[in-house]
Design a protein around this ligand. Structure first.
Ligand code: AP5
Length: 226
């Protein structure tokens, strides 16, 4: 695909995960992408990796992410345009964390593919449960695997099962930053639910259930679509 002007194929698998911070998007997007054999494109992970490597993108994103705000639409659209032009996305991809504003949704639409065949999962989880999940989340800075100290603990405390790196708490999972992330979600991402309701196949997902139960719903939706 041409990186400057990628054209998403109409027969490619295209899934979007919407939902507030901590709803389980990343957990489920990783499982679904593995099952479908397509890449998971997680903008939060891409930005955190850029920050750890201190790249120009990371230097721009870090101070914004630290405050719980959204990074600029132009940067994110360019990041996705470049990523989906890579060969492993030819058969499709699962988007985790993008789009999350109306201009980003418009940017994605401009990359091609019939919007009616996008499958959009909209996760709903009560706020008190979101806070429990975020405060107990642990993250692997090396391979980006996610755990929870109670709900999904690693086999050995503080150590990634997959790569053996030491797990950390994300800086933006601090209580004061979480409040701002939820505010950004309400103000700028929630309008996407209405946007996709009329343009694509939007499915409301009750994310306040065990992980395997949620995943079974997603699989069923994907099979119905196929
Ligand atoms: P990002 O990393 O995308 O964060 P987010 O959207 O706030 O979502 P989270 O990663 O916090 O939660 P999640 O829903 O993936 O939950 P998870 O599966 O981990 O973005 C971070 C920042 O980057 C943004 O604030 C912004 O600054 C920037 N950014 C990223 N994309 C951007 C964009 N497009 N535009 C602009 N800026 C952007 O689960 C949470 C915890 O719960 C885990 O511990 C997990 O083990 C546990 N858990 C999951 N499911 C269950 C379950 N069913 N039951 C019990 N526990 C569960």
């Amino acid at each position: 695909m041409d990186a400057a002007n990628p054209r998403i194929r109409d027969d490619a698998v295209r899934v979007i995960f919407l939902g507030p911070p901590g709803a389980g998007k990343g957990t489920q997007a990783a499982r679904l992408a593995t099952r479908l054999g397509v890449p998971r494109i997680a903008t939060g992970d891409m930005l955190r990796t850029a920050t750890l490597k201190n790249t120009p993108l990371g230097q721009k994103a870090a101070p914004i992410m630290e405050k719980g705000n959204l990074v600029s639409d132009d940067l994110l659209v360019a990041l996705i345009r470049e990523r989906i032009a890579e060969g492993d996305c030819d058969r499709g991809f699962v988007l985790d964390g993008f789009p999350r504003t109306l201009p980003q949704a418009q940017g994605l639409k401009d990359m091609g593919g019939d919007p009616r065949s996008w499958l959009v999962f909209d996760f709903d989880v009560p706020r008190d449960e979101l806070l429990r999940r975020l405060s107990g989340r642990r993250w692997c800075p090396s391979c980006q695997a996610t755990y929870h100290v109670c709900y999904e603990p690693p086999k050995s405390e503080g150590v990634c099962d997959l790569c053996g790196a030491r797990l950390v708490q994300r800086d933006d999972d601090r209580e004061s930053v979480v409040a701002q992330r939820l505010h950004e979600y309400d103000e700028r991402t929630l309008p996407l639910v209405e946007y996709y309701r009329t343009r694509s196949r939007l499915l409301a997902i009750d994310g306040n259930r065990p992980m395997d139960v949620v995943f079974a719903d997603l699989l069923q939706a994907v099979e119905v679509r196929a």
